[in-house]
Write a protein that binds this ligand. Structure first.
Ligand SMILES: *Cc1c(COP(=O)(O)O)cnc(C)c1O
Length: 370
């Protein structure tokens, strides 16, 4: 038996005919950058997110960075970020010349703890980035109240949460702007890199469109020092096809997560995902927790089961942030999470039998007989 961590090939082969037709259409059009495929995808994706505007960009990191630029984040500013997230959330802040200020998560949900945010706000704070980690929405209402109280922008890093809902509302519609990644392995993935920003804010929309295209609205006239960060026509055409089945894919992920929940319940020392009653996650990842995580991963590997760690090293302990002067113990909740989490296989067309096999292997690996 071998069960991969993710069957990316199968995910895309399910759309092979439509993807090939889209390739033929774009090839025939002779138009590859910022054309009607991007327009169509931007409109459909914004509507999907229950937001007014969608802006296609080159990748998820750029989406976060450009959202910050769109709100004028600059050197000397501080931006509140989760202490446990993928490094891109922090890098986007650093790329604006601003300083990421980490705040610890709620242990049970892995997402930023609104109760700890206010203490991190200083006169230099300009924005809060909430990450919907593993596909589960962060607790947005208290974050929005804090942002409003202190005059801050609230930006969603929704790179793992396309289609998730918070109190019935879609991620992407919960802050001032939201950033998405269409990296192939995300819930909505391109066949290459891609990213998007959604917002209801007209002025921000105009400025971010300008930033993504060399800072110009009129060719060769540059209003701001912009970037080349555009979603291309081909990836947009692919994404429009895959967007049509995103809800069905997310429903399939939900069923798999529910099956894992049932089959893994009651194993000593194994922490299972906790979903608050207001959250409707989309299970980008199914993440369990165990004190002997590495040993568990090794036994699963022996049994032919692929797993992953999201993520092994907390951002504040990365060499890239050595100059920020953090040390081990500064963010103990994030550090413990990074030591103990393990992501199990999950993709939309994973079979019930495969989920049973993974669950049985986990149970086996953790039984006291071993
Ligand atoms: C994937 C991811 C990103 C970055 O997206 P890319 O398209 O890889 O640049 C940012 N934030 C989070 C939480 C992610 O998972």
């Amino acid at each position: 038996m071998t069960i991969p961590f993710l069957d990316l090939k199968g995910i895309n082969l399910a759309h092979a005919d439509s993807l090939q037709a889209a390739l033929a259409r774009v090839l025939e059009s002779g138009w590859f950058i910022l054309g009607k495929e991007v327009d169509t995808f931007e409109q459909r994706f914004a509507a999907y997110c229950e937001a007014k505007h969608g802006i296609g960009v080159a990748n998820g990191l750029d989406a976060i960075m450009l959202a910050l630029k769109g709100y004028g984040i600059k050197p000397g500013d501080e931006v509140i970020v989760p202490s446990n997230t993928f490094i891109a959330t922090w890098l986007a802040v650093s790329q604006c010349g601003a300083t990421p200020v980490p705040v610890e998560p709620v242990e049970a949900t892995f997402n930023i703890d609104p109760a700890r945010v206010e203490a991190a706000i200083t006169p230099r704070t300009r924005a809060i980035i909430a990450v919907h980690l593993y596909g589960q929405p962060a607790d947005m209402d208290p974050l929005r109240a804090l942002a409003d109280k202190h005059g801050l922008k609230l930006i969603e890093d929704a790179a793992q949460a396309h289609g998730a809902r918070y109190k019935g509302r879609r991620t992407g519609s919960l802050g001032h702007a939201a950033a998405f990644s269409f990296y192939p392995g995300k819930n909505l993935g391109a066949l290459g890199d891609g990213g998007g920003i959604v917002t209801d804010d007209d002025a921000f929309d105009t400025l971010v469109r300008t930033y993504r295209n060399y800072g110009s609205q009129k060719k060769y006239h540059n209003l701001v020092q912009g970037y080349n960060s555009r979603l291309d026509e081909l990836q947009a055409a692919f994404l429009t096809i895959k967007l049509a089945t995103l809800d069905a894919d997310n429903a399939a992920r939900r069923a798999i997560a529910a099956q894992y929940d049932r089959l893994l319940a009651g194993i000593d020392g194994l922490g299972l995902p906790h979903v608050p009653e207001w959250a409707e996650p989309v299970w980008h990842l199914y993440v369990v927790r165990h004190a002997q995580r590495d040993a568990l991963a090794a036994k699963l590997a022996e049994a032919g089961i692929g797993t992953n760690v999201h993520y092994p090293v907390a951002p504040h302990l990365q060499q890239a942030y050595a100059d920020h002067g953090y040390k081990e113990g500064d963010f103990p909740i994030a550090e413990a999470i990074h030591r103990e989490v393990l992501s199990l296989p999950l993709w939309p067309h994973m079979t019930e039998v495969q989920v049973e096999q993974v669950a049985a292997a986990v149970r086996d690996a953790l039984s006291t007989k071993n």
